[in-house]
Ligand binder design. Structure first.
Ligand SMILES: C[S@@+](CC[C@H](N)C(=O)[O-])C[C@H]1O[C@@H](n2cnc3c(N)ncnc32)[C@H](O)[C@@H]1O
Length: 342
């Protein structure tokens, strides 16, 4: 595809970094609406075309392109009946990348996760200095939870870690790394009757649910915690590093709102993303939080927030922010340590 240099919009620093734009929004809109029934195809085409006005110097960059591909892909799958909603789409997306999941993570993501793991392990060990039974909710292939357990073991704590994930492909891998792993949904956790000293829910995992699902998931975590138990949860932040992306996603979501409503998915709001991950043919949903929104959801489940951190990620303008803790600008992840009252 022929690329042309973009002009204008220098107020946005990310635009300065991303100088290329697909040449033809109309052709892209046709591609995105192909295969849809005519009425839906027309609605998708006009949503996309209405987003950009080249005469005003509107800039169509790869972040917009990704966002549109995500929303349009979701609309296609949902309208064909391939998936029954957001959770089904995410399951397909994660299952298809299970074997490669942790191998494909970049340096800056790993630094971000290591910084979070250290705080999580430190918080668990401060409350449970000799032994701890932990549940990792949304454990994927179990590598992350096994790293936290390793930190605790090195610190002299007898730690046992169990996992749960909705993807059976992921659980098969996690079972080899953890003390046990089960297929299950965050909104109604397995391990009924068991109570955990700590639950970890990391890498923005809770955000893979829509608002109502998150309420159920936090209630289920509260139930599975022992009195005095800790929840360590990180969530992606709408602000800081992701603020430009949030605004773009929001523009795309609003343009697609009538189409989303017509397929019964009109309940998405600010911070709700549908994105494509390299290596998966299926899009994935995630919610990015505001600090206030995250706090109110955690407190709403009856948990008391005892610690809050922001953790950086990625590089920006050539400067590496990976893993910076409580860094002012690049606050990509919000990490909360919350306790179930005794
Ligand atoms: C972003 S990954 C994070 C994996 C791991 N916690 C980490 O930090 O590396 C999210 C994981 O949560 C799982 N997941 C997403 N929504 C879920 C749900 N509703 N119930 C159970 N698992 C879910 C996905 O299958 C995926 O493996």
């Amino acid at each position: 595809m022929q690329k042309r240099k973009a002009v204008g919009q220098t107020h946005d620093p990310v635009h300065v970094l991303l100088r290329e734009t697909p040449p033809n929004v109309g052709r892209f809109a046709d591609d995105m609406s192909r295969g849809l029934v005519p009425k839906l195809g027309q609605a998708v085409r006009s949503a996309i075309s209405g987003l950009f006005d080249p005469d005003k110097g509107d800039f169509f960059d790869f972040q917009y392109e990704d966002a549109i591909r995500g929303f349009a892909g979701f609309i296609q799958m949902r309208s064909r009946g391939d998936i029954d909603g957001i959770v089904g789409m995410n399951e397909a997306s994660f299952s298809s990348r299970s074997g490669q999941y942790t191998k494909k993570q970049g340096d800056s993501a790993i630094k971000n996760q290591d910084a979070i793991n250290r705080i999580v392990a430190g918080s668990i060990s401060a409350s449970f200095p000799s032994k701890a039974v932990i549940l990792d909710a949304g454990c994927a292939d179990g590598l992350r939870a096994s790293k936290v357990r390793e930190m605790l073991t090195v610190g002299g704590i007898q730690a046992k870690t169990f996992g749960v994930d909705m993807s059976s492909d992921m659980v098969a891998l996690a079972a080899q790394r953890l003390d046990g792993a089960k297929v299950g949904d965050l909104r109604s956790l397995p391990y009924d009757g068991q109570r955990f000293d700590a639950i970890t829910c990391l890498d923005g995992t809770l955000g893979h649910l829509k608002a109502k699902g998150r309420v159920k998931a936090l209630a289920s975590m509260h139930e599975r915690l022992a009195p005095g138990g800790l929840l360590a949860i990180d969530l992606f932040n709408q602000e800081g590093y992701f603020s430009v992306k949030t605004d773009k996603m929001e523009g795309v979501r609003k343009a697609f709102q009538p189409v989303l409503k017509s397929i019964g998915e009109g309940d998405l709001g600010r911070g709700d993303y549908i994105y494509f991950v390299k290596g998966s043919k299926d899009p994935c949903f995630i919610h990015h939080f505001t600090d206030d929104g995250a706090r109110s959801e955690i407190r709403g489940a009856g948990l008391k927030i005892e610690g809050a951190h922001t953790i950086g990620m990625g590089s920006y303008g050539g400067k590496d922010f990976g893993g910076h803790v409580d860094e002012g600008f690049n606050k990509a992840s919000l990490l909360f340590i919350a306790r179930k009252p005794r």
